[in-house]
Design a protein around this ligand. Structure first.
Ligand code: PLP
Length: 359
């Protein structure tokens, strides 16, 4: 079998895929696939409600938060969030800590005044913008940040304190990877294709008072309050994605929930960073240790001329999708929930052997 270290769409839990395969032609005794079910039918609605209940339990989501199952990918919500939470004359604070928060700024800019309250760009995104350096606008409609930067491999390990202004977080690449105090946030959103399920689905957790913001005139389908009022079924939802997300939530519960995941993710990341740091400089990760991501580990080889051989040999050894993003080069291993410790052990052993042979 292969171990998939892709940054996204990423590995899903084997057990989830096996269950989906078993149920593909006959879901819930219906003689049909779940993809062929009406989203207005009782069986689908019950399944959808169970998925939401399981997510609420896993993340201990308070009752004053709505959970939405939306479409468009996280990227569409870079634009939809300012549309919903602010008027055209309002401003919002953005913390720029890597590629995705930069993109969130660019996509929000047509809809409101963006205040880049802090950025670590001049540090090459190798560390996080220190909280003391943030210049927040007291009139901001919200503060947006990206707790885990999937490409640069930097992660906030604590939730920043921003006072009364709602904190908005793009958790696409670290949702459900550890316990979280949801009440610290105004809005959490995540593209599903890393820790939840197939791409195209977006899970959003939004404090209900924010649904009352008028934003601006826009089509109903874009308005979060309308989606919440219609249980995310204003139009046909991504039924297949919702179903698979539900299976992942059940799998997570069976694994012991997010606390167990956090423990596993810590062990996996520790093992890989140790393999890099103990390689006598053969491998390097440029990120300040306190800001290192547990989910995405970029690393370079001492001699870039060996990159091709590393990728070819790792793939032949069943270690898949280790090529780094073109923005940073080198390699990247993504260690989402569905990647077991065994996969990281196999990667660390391969890396040691490769370094020994080519060092
Ligand atoms: N935000 C983060 C942190 C990501 O890693 C990604 C990558 O997929 C995105 C946003 C974009 O998500 P999507 O492709 O679903 O629009």
């Amino acid at each position: 079998r292969v171990w998939n270290f892709s940054a996204g769409p990423a590995a899903l839990p084997r057990k989830v895929l096996e269950q989906a395969q078993r149920e593909l032609l006959d879901w819930n005794g219906s003689g049909m696939s779940v993809m062929e079910q009406s989203h207005r039918g009782k069986p689908f609605i019950a399944m959808a409600a169970q998925a939401e209940a399981d997510l609420r339990e896993l993340m201990a989501i308070p009752a004053d938060y709505a959970v939405l199952f939306l479409q468009g990918g996280a990227t569409q919500h870079f634009a939809q969030i300012p549309m919903n939470l602010a008027g055209p004359d309002d401003c919002a604070d953005y913390i720029v800590s890597g590629h995705w928060s930069e993109k969130a700024v660019r996509e929000a800019a047509p809809y409101l005044r963006v205040n880049v309250a802090a950025s670590s760009e001049t540090d090459g995104f190798r560390r996080l913008p220190a909280r003391e350096s943030w210049v927040l606008d007291p009139a901001a409609s919200y503060v947006h940040y990206t707790p885990n930067e999937t490409i640069h491999g930097v992660e906030f390990h604590d939730v920043p304190e921003v006072g009364e202004v709602p904190l908005v977080a793009d958790m696409s690449s670290n949702i459900l990877s550890a316990p979280l105090d949801v009440s610290r946030f105004g809005l959490i959103y995540a593209g599903a294709q890393k820790n939840i399920g197939p791409s195209g689905l977006v899970v959003m957790i939004i404090r209900r008072d924010l649904l009352l913001r008028s934003g601006r005139p826009m089509a109903k389908v874009l308005r979060y309050a309308e989606q919440a009022a219609h249980d995310s079924m204003l139009n046909t939802p991504n039924t297949w994605g919702w179903y698979l997300a539900g299976l992942t939530f059940q799998w997570l519960k069976a694994q012991g929930g997010v606390a167990a995941m956090a423990e596993r993710n810590r062990a996996k990341a520790e093992l890989l960073y140790r393999a890099i740091d103990d390689s006598d400089g053969f491998y390097a990760n440029p990120i300040e240790p306190a800001a290192r991501s547990r989910m995405n580990v970029p690393f370079t080889l001492k001699d870039g001329a060996l990159d091709g051989a590393f990728l070819k040999e790792s793939e032949a050894a069943g270690l898949i999708a280790l090529k780094g993003h073109k923005a940073v080069g080198g390699m990247r291993a993504s260690l989402y929930n569905a990647v077991p410790l065994e996969a990281v052990q196999a990667l660390a052993a391969f890396m040691a052997d490769f370094a020994h042979r080519h060092g």
